[in-house]
Design a protein around this ligand. Structure first.
Ligand code: GLY
Length: 339
């Protein structure tokens, strides 16, 4: 069943708990170009038979301008025009690249997503931010433009490596921390394997998380207020992710624990141990030895910095995130003591 959610300038059709077979009803294959990575293509080769498909190398290191140029050249060679539609089939790297290319190719063509990872389903495909990294600076270049549709086919998760399952649950835990204490309790009562074995439990969790993100973005698409809460764990997370070659979910998990530490210091937050232990329960890391000076340097380039302050997301309690401006000097001394 399709559900349409409106954003400021566009609407996105969500096909929850659907199937790739339904795609034929949404797009015209002749005018559609699928963008995917080598791993997904190999795992689901039959599903791409007869489709115009552009396959790129897998990995965050390819979320950069040269990959955008490669895709655009292929679109030009294939005579893609303003009526063409791009469909990104993959995780966050693929959806970011697809949305970005579709937003700049011929000044903007339609696009949709079929997320193939938990992270993609609950987070990366939703919200319209599509961009690329520049060196160690993540998502430094990009746009905010909503996809026309997002189709969920949970059967695609069958080929997902265990590490990627864990990676996605970092964002699920993040949503629970900032917005949903009930979901936090539910996560405490389960293990990752429960969601892997029980499709109904998983479909319910995916949908609830997608809705958390949709509602936050609907309220604040251009990140002036509530949308900043989605950055919980991401400020330190982004600063350590590239430097220490961590997966996004790993970096965010460590970032969430440090953010809880800062919340404890600045807001008297009492739930740090519960957050730390939930992250560990879902087999995600909670700590890393980092070079504080280097991390601080990357962190000051973060888009959440406003002149001499950083808008840091802290927790008041589990299920209630808040944005708290921290002067950079203060943040520097806090970060140096975090280890
Ligand atoms: N594409 C992810 C977001 O908009 O947050």
């Amino acid at each position: 069943m399709v559900q349409t959610y409106k954003f400021s300038n566009a609407a996105t059709d969500f096909y929850f708990n659907s199937s790739l077979k339904e795609l034929g009803k949404i797009i015209d294959r002749k005018h559609t170009f699928f963008i995917t990575d080598q791993h997904i293509f190999k795992a689901h080769e039959k599903k791409f038979k007869g489709l115009n498909t552009i396959v790129i190398p897998a990995g965050e290191e390819h979320k950069k301008q040269s990959t955008v140029d490669d895709i655009i050249l292929k679109l030009i060679q294939s005579k893609a025009d303003r009526k063409s539609v791009l469909v990104g089939v993959g995780g966050g790297v693929i959806t970011d690249l697809t949305g970005y290319v579709a937003s700049v190719y011929m000044r903007g063509i339609r696009f949709g997503f079929v997320p193939t990872t938990v992270l993609g389903l609950v987070d990366a495909s939703i919200g319209g931010k599509n961009g690329i990294d520049v060196g160690v600076y993540k998502n430094m270049v990009g746009v905010i433009r909503q996809p026309s549709f997002i189709l969920h086919d949970l059967a695609l998760l069958q080929s997902l490596p265990q590490k990627e399952w864990q990676n996605g649950f970092a964002e699920v835990i993040k949503h629970a921390c900032i917005k949903d204490a009930t979901m936090f309790k539910e996560l405490e009562q389960h293990q990752l394997s429960d969601y892997q074995k029980n499709k109904t439990l998983l479909a319910d969790l995916v949908r609830r998380n997608a809705l958390i993100k949709i509602k936050v973005v609907q309220k604040d698409e251009f990140e002036k207020g509530d949308r900043r809460l989605l950055n919980f764990g991401h400020t330190i997370g982004h600063a350590i992710e590239t430097q220490y070659a961590l997966m996004h979910g790993e970096a965010v998990s460590i970032g969430m624990v440090y953010a809880c530490d800062i919340a404890q210091q600045l807001k008297g937050f009492a739930g740090k141990e519960r957050v730390r232990s939930l992250i560990a329960q879902y087999q995600l890391p909670t700590h890393i030895n980092f070079d504080a000076a280097k991390v601080f340097e990357v962190l000051t380039m973060d888009k959440k910095r406003v002149q001499k302050e950083m808008n840091f997301v802290l927790l008041e309690k589990i299920g209630k995130g808040v944005v708290h401006p921290i002067p950079l000097k203060r943040l520097e001394s806090i970060i140096k003591k975090l280890q």
